[in-house]
Design a protein around this ligand. Structure first.
Ligand code: F6R
Length: 613
């Protein structure tokens, strides 16, 4: 989704802003732009398409400047076009502004401004905001920061903004509400961005802007942060735990492939210090520190979106099986508008890789207001969800750059497993022996994942047979049903092939009508307690002429003798099987997308961090 970069300092402003935009490319965008300022001058350049287009466009332009802001846009109001790209500017050309989020009352504001004689040149909600700031500044003869504050008081919606003015050089005013902004404090230079990736090589000292805070960033002067009542806030500088090497491909052709192959290590990082004493004990501080909340929970509600929602479905089974607590899983986007019944005895778990998903954040807000204990599971340290929940756990899988989530999914499932085991121990719903057995299996998982990754050449060959299929069905039961959903989502996202995930037994209630020789089915069938049931589902597909790719446990004979193709994975306990069976599905979608020459890291229309609802 949209990305913001800003810089004030002695460095090469144009270069820093452009490199920052390249770093934010992974978030997903359709156009890019830059506003370059110096005393009495702001040059704005913007183009539809990739950051490369912007760079080409700027080649013969005046990029000399002392401060600036830049933006990658993911269209909401108005189609992707040069004109709708950010930065937007006031009619007198004095003020330039970039914006992430949506202004819900932009029509009303626009009408009011038109009555005052303002004219608009784009279809965006953002242009309304910059004209409003400019109008307030003229009317009240006030400073930029005052005008921004007054304008934002009139705005309904979500935003992160950065604003500059010709007549206020070497200054950036930034503000946020429900959309992230982080400030990097260097030596005599200050950075601003949607996340810390654009400035990681320059500074590790960061300040995360809070909702309804306005930052005044000036060259050679200390950072100031105010609330909407103009009271100065204390500045809380945090240390960034991110290195430049984590943002590079490390020899892989794509971030997605790198992230798939990183999983033995990311899972190791995820369990480090949490499964201790050789597997005898599982410790999750967020749970142990809030024992009472989990022990007294009447039920657990998990809210999430997309891949994180699939991880949540696995979490539901884990928590029910291990802890015997009723669990509900909700799409955050539905939950927030469903008038949910939440009581202070409920524990709400919000799962989000980015920690910034607007719908999940809104669900957190609702749960907190209703008095529930809210627990966050996230990957991005310092992001909004961890900062707005009562407690939580980081999955610690490192930055995920590929838009299609892979290592974050397995990290989420692993954390949910640890969470369930920790609660099970507290509640006494599992014996010490059972916990130890699981703990020891968990310690073996990174090695087992490494073994499964050895299937890559076989899956690459298999992908050639199915590259041009137009539709796929993914089937699974029990713990493998969410894996089927996730496998189908991965294929859709990066190869643009239609795929549906289904509980295997539901197939006969409708989707079976679709099966013919043109419609392959991927069947996730490890040797678990539903194995015999799924054998008959494979037969049902085969007898209707459908071809089948089955993920089975090593040594399988029954399904192996019926399915067209089998991918064998090592045996693990049923509760750990999703982490193992999902790996071949990630690889299958990757190779199919590569065969189709798709942009796997930045699939069309998708955004990594979905900060609008
Ligand atoms: C799919 C994918 C998305 C995200 C979803 C939620 O590969 O990545 O479906 O899972 O947008 O994002 P987070 O987890 O950041 O809340």
């Amino acid at each position: 989704m949209c990305g913001i970069v800003g810089y004030v300092g002695d460095g090469n402003v144009y270069k820093i802003l452009i490199n920052g935009l390249y770093r934010l490319e992974y978030r997903g965008y359709d156009s890019a732009g830059i506003a370059l300022g110096s005393a009495g001058k702001i040059n704005i350049f913007k183009t539809v398409g990739k950051v490369d287009n912007l760079v080409n466009f700027c080649k013969d332009k005046d990029t000399d400047c002392t401060f600036g802001i830049a933006h990658t846009r993911w269209a909401t109001h108005g189609a992707p076009s040069d004109c709708n790209a950010h930065p937007h500017y006031s009619e007198d050309g004095n003020i330039a502004l970039v914006h992430n989020g949506t202004i819900e009352n932009y029509k009303l504001l626009k009408e009011a401004l038109e009555e005052h004689g303002c004219r608009f040149h784009t279809q965006t909600d953002t242009e309304v905001l910059v004209q409003l700031v400019s109008w307030i500044r003229h009317e009240n003869q006030c400073t930029l920061v005052e005008a921004v504050r007054e304008a934002l008081k009139q705005v309904i919606g979500a935003y992160a903004i950065a604003v500059i003015a010709k007549d206020d050089p070497d200054t950036i005013v930034a503000a946020r509400k429900q959309s992230p902004l982080v400030i990097g404090i260097g030596d005599n230079e200050t950075f601003l961005a949607s996340d810390a990736t654009p400035f990681v090589e320059y500074t590790k000292d960061v300040v995360y802007l809070e909702d309804e805070q306005i930052a005044l960033i000036r060259k050679g002067k200390p950072l100031k942060i105010f609330n909407f009542e103009n009271e100065e806030s204390t500045i809380n500088v945090k240390k960034l735990e991110l290195s430049i090497s984590q943002l590079e491909k490390g020899g892989y052709p794509h971030f997605m492939l790198k992230e798939i192959f990183e999983q033995p290590n990311t899972l190791l990082d995820c369990i480090r210090g949490r499964v201790v004493q050789g597997g005898k004990k599982v410790v999750l501080n967020g749970v142990n520190d809030n024992k009472d909340k989990f022990l007294n929970a009447r039920r657990i509600i998990i809210v999430a979106c997309g891949t994180s929602w699939h991880a949540s479905l696995i979490g539901k089974r884990l928590l029910q099986d291990m802890c015997r607590i009723p669990v509900e899983v909700e799409y955050a986007s539905e939950f927030r508008y469903s008038n949910p019944v939440i009581t202070p005895d409920d524990v709400v778990i919000a799962i989000s890789q980015s920690g910034e998903t607007a719908d999940t954040l809104a669900a957190v807000e609702i749960a907190r207001k209703a008095g529930a204990f809210v627990y966050g599971i996230s990957n991005v340290v310092g992001s909004s969800i961890p900062r707005n929940t009562d407690s939580g756990t980081y999955i610690h899988v490192g930055p995920e750059i590929g838009v299609a989530s892979t290592k974050a999914f397995t990290g989420q499932v692993m954390v949910l497993t640890l969470l369930a085991l920790t609660i099970a121990e507290l509640k006494g719903t599992m014996t010490q022996l059972e916990i130890e057995e699981m703990g020891q299996w968990i310690l073996r998982i990174p090695k087992i994942v490494e073994e499964v990754l050895g299937l890559a050449p076989q899956i690459e060959r298999l992908s050639l047979i199915y590259t041009y299929a137009r539709n796929f069905l993914y089937l699974g039961r029990g713990y493998s049903y969410p894996v089927a959903l996730e496998g189908a989502l991965k294929l859709k996202e990066i190869s643009y092939i239609h795929a549906e995930g289904y509980p295997a037994a539901e197939m006969k209630h409708g989707p079976i009508a679709l099966i013919d020789a043109e419609m392959p089915s991927v069947i996730i069938a490890p040797n678990d307690h539903l194995y015999e049931k799924i054998v008959s589902n494979v037969q049902q597909v085969k007898s209707r002429g459908g071809s089948t790719i089955a993920i089975v446990t090593k040594g399988d004979t029954e399904i192996s003798s019926i399915a067209n193709h089998v991918l064998e994975v090592p045996k693990v306990p049923e509760m750990l099987s999703p982490i193992i069976t999902t790996i071949p599905l990630q690889l299958l979608s990757y190779y199919i997308a590569i065969n189709k020459e798709k942009d796997v890291d930045m699939p069309r229309n998708l955004a990594k961090s979905v900060t609008v609802e």
